[in-house]
Design a protein around this ligand. Structure first.
Ligand code: ADP
Ligand code: MG
Ligand code: MG
Length: 873
């Protein structure tokens, strides 16, 4: 089997084998675009290298054969003393991991070849610059000689010559720098920089293989769910030079604006620069429009080429190019990363332009990314003036305390909101970027590392805020006369690029425009509906705006905590006699009737599943510890006041109600059956609110849901109880009250016996939080902080089961219950109302097992709608 393919031998859909970069270099070559020739070493070879600790037997022979072809095609030879071939050795995995792995440029230069390059180019300055870059990159990437040693030597030389910029150094300066760099290389490695180009090539290929396992690459893969097993390909490609003078340059761009999605080419370039100078944020680049003025022909060709690529690949392209003495070369293209806003706009536009179908458009947006659109932005008219502005690199508002290093961000970010402020970022900072709420850099453009990574992570970023003067040592940054210190609060507006002192109020955006179109197309595509979990009329209204087709879980316990309620709730719980209980219940009945009326009205015409009281009653009482302390203190002081008396009485009641495992105790249906007065009150409140609304000509659609059922007999009794009250109210109010009665399925036993339970249920709603807790035996309140992180790290768990449904265990129970329930009751309605209802991977599972709807928090409704559609494509 081949391990090496020349660029005209592969194609775009071989990304598994050739990596994304390699496959697209092949595709561009096949399309006849101006791509410097080269070849790709496969991901197979990388995988074999990592498995066996050595490369496949035939690899170097294959590489040599393809290198010979490359030498023939370019009519140059690697290491030639007159007209040397130079190559880049570029990593490139299936999924792009910008800047995470290593690339080496100008490979093939040695002491002889550099003279040849000087002569051939007529530009000795350029040749020595290329050579010193090679020694630096090779030293850093292949031999781990610290990069900063080279950078410091370069700075020292500039100081000695009294110049500001690299370009002001002469050929003689750079020749001297080459010698200095060789010395650093020797000091760092104990041997000389390899003069044999073939040895250089082998070393570079192995280093790229190894870079797959470096820390930042591993972190990046973890954050982006990219499997460690894929491996990277290696691309060996003839060099072209953007640093041959003012008719040369290098740049990156997008066929559409990756921040807004606007249909206009967008990019940046540097005249007279090589490779990574643009992305590194070292010099602030110029916009693509400036290229049109400086090199109009190359610009025109670039636009034509990249627009053609967009049509051919049917998505927004992110490309790299170099112009060498006026001639354009394409170095890379890929589907561009984009903000959520741009993802939505581009998908909708491409569908409207006829390049993709509406159904494809629905699949083009990562549901999770919508989070960005639904997240806060600064309240318009907040009236505060920004301290300064930078480039709007990634939208969203973020407030947090200032830190100046990635390590600090990682450390403090666990417990606090932090804003990472640095001159620029590099791939080594990935752990800090991941931990920060927002990112602010002083240098770099819209395609700088910080900007690309922040957009990918969906977190606010402002870059290139040139007014910042950061002093890391002192832990301060100055903006004009204002000094901001480490720990001070800062707010970023990533959409406008603005930076504010202190915390600025934020607000939630609404669903509108293109997102509305996309979600409408999603609704045409999805089978499962999306409801919301909401307990208040405001939440219900928001859910409705976001397109929820009902409420899947209206918890009633939150209503009990209201200031006007809690004392009646306590009286109800602690009542000594029927009179006291009745008095409390009457007050609660009035309050609950209004609660339900508000929600049913807000959701007029749509179903609202109301869950009867679920939590253990002690949650409504003062805590045992608190009371015990109070009583002990009063006793020690010998207090005999009424209050002390009452406390003592309360303490003994609370003690009597105390349970060792309250979450597995007297709660849910058990409570309803042992304290039937509470159930009767709640059902009456629902029924009366419904009757009232019906009389007013509204269309309330409540559904009564009984929590924590484990046996069919439990539900049979509870159902009978509910029906008695409904019948009473029907008779009193001459109302129809067509109210379905169902149950939550959240105890494993209920899943196993769902066939029997379904006899008494009009619907099932899977409570996957409790079901996960009880199936795993993990406390949902503690497991997070105790062992789940370690389990994830050790690979014992693939996902946090409270975030993404465990399909093998909990999911199997769900499937079992669905099948048994439907067998008994073919009209059984099925839904899910745990946290998992808003998790795209879990939504797919719920679709697959045939649930009618998922229910999630209001802000996740659009995400779930998109996920439900994607599940049905
Ligand atoms: P990354 O994946 O980090 O972008 P690349 O392999 O794309 O790494 O290369 C890094 C930089 O070097 C890019 O700016 C790219 O355009 C440039 N580069 C790579 N190969 C060549 C080449 N053959 N000629 C000129 N520039 C190159
Ligand atoms: Mg690249
Ligand atoms: Mg529950």
């Amino acid at each position: 089997m081949n391990h090496v393919y020349f660029f005209d031998e592969g194609q775009a859909d071989w990304k598994d084998l050739l990596g994304g970069k390699g496959a697209n270099l092949c595709e561009m070559t096949r399309l006849g675009l101006p791509v410097p020739p080269g070849f790709t070493i496969t991901t197979d070879a990388c995988r074999a290298y990592h498995t066996n600790n050595t490369v496949p037997d035939t690899l170097w022979d294959e590489v040599r054969t393809q290198l010979q072809r490359l030498e023939r095609e370019t009519a140059k030879r690697l290491g030639d003393a007159h007209d040397p071939l130079l190559v880049s050795v570029r990593s490139g995995a299936k999924f792009s991991m910008p800047g995470m792995m290593d690339t080496i440029l100008n490979l093939g230069l040695n002491d002889h070849a550099v003279e040849g390059l000087a002569q051939q180019s007529g530009n000795p300055r350029f040749a020595y610059d290329a050579y010193r870059r090679l020694i630096q990159m090779y030293g850093d990437v292949v031999q781990n000689v610290p990069k900063h040693e080279f950078e410091e030597a370069l700075d020292d030389l500039k100081d000695a010559r009294g110049v500001q910029n690299d370009v002001d150094l002469t050929a003689a300066d750079l020749r001297e720098l080459v010698d200095t760099f060789k010395g650093l290389y020797r000091d760092g490695t104990g041997h000389d920089f390899p003069q044999d180009p073939w040895a250089q090539l082998q070393g570079a290929v192995l280093a790229v293989f190894q870079s797959w396992g470096n820390r930042r690459a591993v972190t990046y893969r973890r954050l982006n769910n990219i499997p460690d097993s894929l491996g990277t390909a290696v691309n060996v490609q003839a060099m072209v030079f953007g640093n041959l003078g003012d008719d040369s340059g290098t740049g990156v761009g997008f066929t559409r604006n990756p921040s807004t999605g606007d249909k206009e080419p967008f990019g940046e370039f540097l005249i007279n620069a090589q490779g990574e100078d643009v992305v590194a944020g070292i010099r602030t680049p110029q916009p693509l429009s400036a290229l049109e003025r400086l090199l109009p022909e190359a610009h025109r060709q670039l636009i034509d080429t990249t627009q053609g690529l967009e049509r051919h690949l049917r998505d927004l392209q992110d490309f790299e190019f170099t112009v060498e003495r006026g001639k354009l070369y394409m170095l890379q293209t890929r589907n561009g990363k984009r903000t959520a806003q741009a993802a939505v706009k581009v998908a909708v536009d491409l569908a409207n332009e006829g390049l993709i179908t509406r159904q494809e458009a629905v699949t083009r947006v990562d549901p999770e990314a919508l989070n960005q659109l639904l997240h806060p932005r600064l309240k318009p008219g907040h009236g505060t003036a920004p301290l300064t502005k930078g480039l709007p690199a990634s939208p969203g508002a973020a407030t947090g305390i200032v830190v100046f290093t990635a390590d600090e961000a990682a450390e403090l970010g666990e417990t606090q909101d932090v804003i990472l402020v640095t001159p620029e970022t590099s791939p080594e900072d990935i752990h800090g970027l991941a931990a920060a709420r927002g990112i602010l850099t002083a240098r770099g453009g819209m395609t700088s590392h910080a900007a690309v990574v922040a957009r990918g992570m969906g977190k606010p970023a402002v870059v290139g805020a040139e007014a910042l003067r950061i002093d890391r040592k002192a832990g301060t940054m100055a903006i004009g006369d204002t000094i901001v210190r480490r720990g001070d609060t800062l707010t970023l507006d990533g959409a406008l690029g603005e930076i504010y002192a202190g915390a600025i109020p934020t607000e939630q955006p609404e669903v509108s425009g293109q997102l509305e179109d996309l979600l409408a197309w999603a609704a045409e595509t999805a089978r499962a509906g999306v409801r919301a979990n909401a307990d208040t009329p405001e939440d219900a209204r928001r859910a409705r705006e976001f397109g929820a087709v009902g409420i899947g879980l209206c918890r009633t316990e939150h209503m009990f905590f209201g200031e006007d309620r809690i004392r009646w709730v306590r009286q109800m719980i602690l009542a000594h006699d029927e009179h006291e209980e009745q008095e409390a219940l009457t007050h609660l009945l009035h309050a609950q009737r209004e609660d339900f009326r508000g929600i049913l009205d807000a959701m007029d015409g749509l179903p609202v599943t109301i869950r009867l009281l679920d939590p253990p009653l002690h949650e409504f009482l003062p805590s045992l510890e608190e009371l015990a302390v109070r009583v002990a203190v009063a006793e020690a002081r010998g207090e005999h006041t009424d209050a002390a008396h009452a406390d003592r009485a309360l303490l003994s009641r609370v003690r009597a109600m105390h349970e060792t495992n309250p979450m597995m105790g007297l709660r849910g249906i058990r409570l309803g059956l042992t304290r039937p007065a509470i159930t009767r009150m709640q059902v009456r409140a629902i029924a009366e609110a419904t009757a009232t609304l019906e009389r007013e000509g509204r269309a309330p659609k409540p559904e009564i849901m009984i929590p924590l059922v484990g046996t069919a007999d439990e539900l049979a009794q509870a159902r009978a109880q509910v029906e008695v009250v409904l019948e009473e109210v029907r008779a009193e109010q001459h109302a129809t009250l067509d109210i379905p009665i169902g149950t939550m399925i959240e105890i494993p036993r209920a899943c196993v016996t769902a066939g029997e339970i379904a006899q008494y249920a009009d619907f099932f709603s899977f409570g996957t939080n409790d079901l996960t807790q009880l199936t795993f035996g993990y406390s949902r309140d503690d497991a997070q902080g105790k062992f789940i992180p370690q389990y994830l790290q050790a690979g014992i768990l693939k996902h946090d089961p409270f975030a993404t449904l465990d399909t093998e265990g909990v999911g199997a129970l769900v499937r079992m219950a669905v099948q048994a329930g439907r067998r008994t009751n073919p009209n059984l309605k099925l839904g899910i109302c745990g946290e998992h209802g808003g998790d795209p991977a879990s939504v797919r599972f719920f679709h697959d097992v045939g649930l009618d709807y998922v229910s999630c928090s209001p802000f996740r409704v659009p995400i779930a709608r998109l996920a439900a559609a994607q599940a049905n494509v």
